[in-house]
Design a protein around this ligand. Sequence first.
Ligand code: 3PG
Ligand code: MG
Length: 405
Amino acid sequence: MSRFETLDTLPALNNKPAGCRVLLRGDLNVPMQNGVVTEATRIDRLAPTILELADRGCKVVVISHFDRPKGKFIPEMSVAPLLAPLRKALGGREVVFVENCIGETAKEAVNGLPNGGIALLENLRFHPGEEGNDCDFIEALASIGDVFVHDAFSTAHRAHASTEGIAHVLPSAAGRLMQAELSALDEALGNPERPMLAVVGGAKVSTKLDVLSNLVSKVDRLVIGGAMANTFLYALGTDIGASLCEKDMADTARAVMADADAAGCEVILPSDVVIAERFEAGTPSETVQIAAVRQDAMILDIGEKSALALAESLKECKTVLWNGPLGAFEIRPFDNGTNIVAKAAAKLTVEGRLRSVAGGGDTVAALSAAKALNDFSYVSTAGGAFLEWLEGKVLPGVAALEVKQ
Ligand code: 3PG
Ligand code: MG
């Protein structure tokens, strides 16, 4: 793994931390409905870094984007509603809200913080310079901080001013959440204990093609689930009836399987499936062998036999990396396959026999519905960044933190 400064090593945070103005990039882009946060994991996971810095006497200046205002002030996209959940995550500490992330307002508010004080600055993306990674905007941000701490792995796939540009201007370090994400991901894919199995589910091969291509050369077993599996089954000549399928990706699917074969990676597809005529709650469903899918039926989940076989396969593995559900888990009973396999992974993890790492998009919702989430070794807070990391890409926000040798 590359080398980064951390809160333990960055000189400015250790020699004389009192009064040091720390620009702390968090990802407070959390789900919100009518101004109320519906899921606060990202806020909760950022809290330890804020508290640690504040307890050292630093002035902690939390910066984040929220949603995609595209360089304009959009009142509904203000980070102000995050103030209360942030205070709660910090055990009730005072947090000052500042109406602009740059300029005199920001500078005065930050300079006026007491040592150990915490400020939350308004949405970075209200300024076009944020996404533009613009020099003037970077300078303006840098002028209100003495050091930069990046604690938003989930934004590290963006080369924006606050995720990339600023790391070239201020002394920079990874925060505790960034550190935890990077080391969990390194253990899962950079340097895993083997055998290693990856579960990749989701609707479309086209959106996960780079993930699949990267994983076949890295993992020992690759489980393909979700509607994506239909495309692979179709590519193998299986009749998949009325199932969701990207027929134009059949050649691509065959190429992935050939690459897997050449790399010694076993691709695992279901041998039995749950089918129904419609994807609706209460629709009658049945489990059939993969060769017996009716013309008018859709595959909506892997069958129980396939799920139990995967649970057995996991017992032989040391590491599992999970991205995406195995079936259409949003509606019962099509969550059954995901539930069985996720619970098996969770149990093996609790028993100390398996390291399990999950992340990306629907994954957290699917594992949470399976009541398996809390028992996984590590669950990433990242969506798009997790996928790009699975694709083997260099994330600009991570690269910018690397200590040049
Ligand atoms: C996310 O929610 O995935 C991150 O906050 C990044 O947001 P973005 O996709 O709008 O850049
Ligand atoms: Mg996103």
